[in-house]
Design a protein around this ligand. Structure first.
Ligand SMILES: [Zn+2]
Length: 108
């Protein structure tokens, strides 16, 4: 069964300007797994950029859209980055356990 893309709300309508997408919609798959695809959309009306995750479930296609300021190549790069390892998680945990400073210094 072909993917009924037009039926998925985030693909049918721009969440920024609320206009219906036409054929001019720029859409690029930026990450693909067996039953999940992440698409990057650029609205042809307002230029608004959205990342839409589409998953195949036993109940049909499910989609979730989020606004982004990443362009297509940045999104592709960010989503294809190496997954975080268990060692990195432990290292971060230990860092925060010992950290004595305030939030401002941490993010400044
Ligand atoms: Zn738009």
């Amino acid at each position: 069964m072909p993917l009924p893309l037009e039926q998925l709300e985030p693909l049918a309508r721009c969440p920024v300007c609320n206009k219906k997408h036409r054929r001019g919609l720029r859409m690029l798959p930026v990450a693909e797994e067996e039953k999940r695809t992440m698409l990057h959309l650029t609205c042809e009306h307002c230029g608004g950029k959205t990342l839409v995750a589409i998953s195949a479930t036993p109940f049909g296609m499910v989609s979730l859209g989020v606004l982004t300021d990443l362009d297509q190549s940045e999104a592709k790069q960010a989503l294809s980055a190496e997954p975080i390892s268990a060692d990195q998680v432990i290292a971060a945990h230990q860092f925060f356990k010992q950290y004595q400073g305030g939030v401002e210094e941490l993010i400044g």
